[in-house]
Design a binder for this molecule. Structure first.
Ligand code: PMP
Length: 304
């Protein structure tokens, strides 16, 4: 990742990709106190557009608020940097990564007097869980690691340190021959994937866990909107793992994962073992909107 052409925005300055570096005593590198976002830009007929830019920037600021980090730029400046990161790197489609981190000014856990630094990078990134899996569906395994407890770390913050839990879970799933992990909360109810929200379909109705221990996903919210606009009911409720086993369909949502069908969980085939019709419909709608193929919801696209 660090050895390529292009430019990265760091604290308001565009740097050559290879020179966008930090000191080894960077506080966030040691303790994980940082906040970040992940966005995608897609090629549309009218040029490249970032999907739901301001919604991601808003969440970045909410995450920083939770972590008591004061971002030294306003939202407009960060929106501009994210759009420019795509343009400056000559990307037709992109994954965009803004991150706010504490610097190397000191090492104490109290983090007093540390500067909040901000970076934005963008690069080409294909289907997160495999292009062929977007039609076929993925194999998922319930994790032995419980999702972060709501009173241990703040799950409404997309905070760097929260992802220790995700990394343990996804590595365990992959070592077991699966594609992704399903994490349960401390009471044993379904929370989310390592980097995705989950939906199940039963008898034509969509169900998804409430947000107690899951990130407030922007793709999740997009799917809510699209489902409702197309006459599908969405219910937020506690879901048990065996409800997932007997679902007609299941899928993950996330900026990186987009709408990824789930074909198997813990060795149980879900539904027909292929992408179900409601999943396909929502996935198609999602791709239509991100690619600017529909006239409404123009507010979701910010052109580069
Ligand atoms: N949950 C977790 C833990 C995530 O990391 C992500 C990805 N940001 C999501 C859910 C999905 O969020 P979004 O749709 O906003 O990308």
């Amino acid at each position: 990742m660090d050895d390529r052409d292009g430019q990265i925005w760091l604290d308001g300055t565009w740097l050559p990709w290879r020179e966008a570096k930090v000191h080894v005593l960077t506080h966030t590198l040691h303790y994980g106190c940082g906040v970040f976002e992940g966005l995608r830009a897609y090629r549309t007929e009218r040029g490249t557009a970032v999907f739901r830019l301001r919604d991601h920037t808003d969440r970045l600021f909410r995450s920083a608020h939770i972590m008591k980090m004061s971002i030294p730029f306003d939202k407009d400046a960060l929106d501009r940097a994210q759009l420019e990161a795509v343009a400056r790197n000559n990307l037709e489609s992109a994954y965009i990564r803004p991150m706010c981190f504490l610097g190397a000014e000191g090492m104490g856990l109290h983090a007093h007097g540390l500067a909040v630094h901000v970076m934005v990078a963008a690069w080409q990134w294909g289907s997160y869980l495999g292009a062929e899996n977007m039609a076929r569906g993925i194999r998922v395994r319930t994790s032995s690691y419980a999702r972060n407890h709501v009173n241990s770390v703040m799950c409404k913050a997309k905070a760097n340190g929260n992802y220790l839990n995700s990394i343990l879970a996804v590595q365990e799933a992959i070592e077991a021959g699966c594609d992704e992990a399903l994490l349960l909360d401390h009471e044993g109810y379904v929370a989310e994937g390592s980097g995705e929200n989950i939906f199940i379909v039963r008898r034509g109705r969509l169900y998804t866990p409430d947000l107690t221990s899951a990130l407030e996903g922007i793709t999740r919210e997009t799917v809510f909107t699209l489902a409702r606009e197309h006459g599908l009911e969405v219910v937020e409720k506690r879901i048990t793992r065996d409800e997932v086993y007997v679902a007609d369909e299941a899928f993950f949502t996330g900026t990186a994962a987009e709408v990824t069908p789930i074909r198997e969980v813990d060795g149980r085939v879900i539904g027909e073992g292929v992408r179900g019709p409601i999943t396909e419909k929502l996935q198609t709608l999602y791709f239509d909107y991100v690619h600017g193929r529909r006239a409404d919801h123009a507010e979701w696209l910010s052109f580069v």
